[in-house]
Design a protein around this ligand. Structure first.
Ligand code: AMP
Ligand code: MN
Ligand code: MN
Ligand code: MN
Length: 284
């Protein structure tokens, strides 16, 4: 397990805000040379049984996964869990509660977009939703592109749906300690997702890593679709400083939208401990 290099442990299906089914993702991962795969839908384990079966059907080693939305110091942070029992009651209930506010939030997002003349966005976004429990900003973004409001998804997130822009609704997600405990309690490993994407000050970021460790977190994504070379250097240093294992994942959502395809990532720096060395007993 330690010597495999092409692990891709972060992506999304139609069960959250990706556009491919778990089956299509398994086939694409295999075709792209992925050697260990995890489907990590947002706040949702509903795709895990399909992903396990699809990975087995194409001969691809698989770890269960989810990406949990957390609010830490008023900023949204994503915690990836790998290797959990997807039927563990506290994890299942915690994710159900975390998903719970999404429909109301989406209605408020649509109301805010209507204020600037964009009508019908709730119904529009719903047409892209594969799982009615999991309406997300990505579904609104697809609607705004397909109706010509914006030319592409990055333009949507520059002009709408983000702090200070029309369609942004602040939301309180799970607490950091709860998310880590749900993952660890279900037999998994908790990982800070794409740390280079958060707008923390250095002091706040230090607090995130310190508290995450204190709650039992064990890993950080070092190589992800969202990181540039200097992010990789920075979070390689954090692995040493905080004694964390390193993860690697594309965060692939869609062939039409994601610039990093499944398995198309740089290798982890060689001296780091890969998270999968902690998870060999959890591989399907
Ligand atoms: P939500 O969980 O509803 O807040 O939606 C968050 C999702 O929106 C993320 O998981 C991404 O898929 C997408 N997203 C957020 N910011 C951006 C961005 N700047 N560009 C593209 N997608 C984004
Ligand atoms: Mn997403
Ligand atoms: Mn994320
Ligand atoms: Mn993700």
């Amino acid at each position: 397990m330690d010597i495999l290099t092409n692990a891709d442990l972060h992506c999304h299906s139609v069960v959250s805000d990706g556009t491919l089914t778990p089956e299509a993702l398994a086939q694409r991962a295999k075709a792209n040379g992925v050697e260990l795969w995890a489907l990590t839908d947002h706040d949702e384990l509903g795709g895990q049984a399909r992903a396990i079966a699809a990975a087995r059907a194409v001969g691809l080693p698989y770890l269960t996964g989810a990406e949990i939305s957390v609010t830490f110091l008023d900023i949204t942070v994503h915690i990836v869990g790998l290797g959990m029992d997807p039927d563990h009651p506290e994890l299942v209930e915690g994710l159900r509660a975390t998903r719970g506010g999404r429909e109301q939030r989406a209605r408020e997002m649509a109301d805010d977009l209507a204020r600037v003349g964009i009508k019908g966005a709730f119904e529009g976004a719903l047409r892209y939703v594969g799982n009615p429990d999991l309406i997300s900003r990505s579904h609104f973004a697809r609607h705004l592109v397909d109706t010509g409001v914006c030319k592409d998804i990055p333009e949507v997130f520059r002009k709408y749906l983000t702090e200070g822009k029309p369609g942004f609704v602040p939301h309180r997600w799970a607490r950091l300690g709860d998310a880590v405990r749900w993952i660890v309690g279900a037999g998994g490993v908790a990982i800070i997702a794409h740390p280079g994407r958060y707008a923390f000050t250095p002091t706040q970021e230090y607090a995130l890593f310190t508290e995450f460790k204190g709650h039992g977190g064990q890993g950080v994504e070092v190589v992800t679709g969202a990181h540039n070379a200097s992010d990789v250097v920075k979070y390689t240093g954090f692995c040493t400083e905080f004694d964390l294992a390193a993860s690697r994942g594309s965060d692939f959502h869609s062939p039409d939208e994601s610039h990093t395809d499944l398995g198309q990532l740089p290798d982890l720096p060689g001296h780091l401990t890969p998270v999968w060395s902690l998870l060999s007993s959890r591989v399907h």
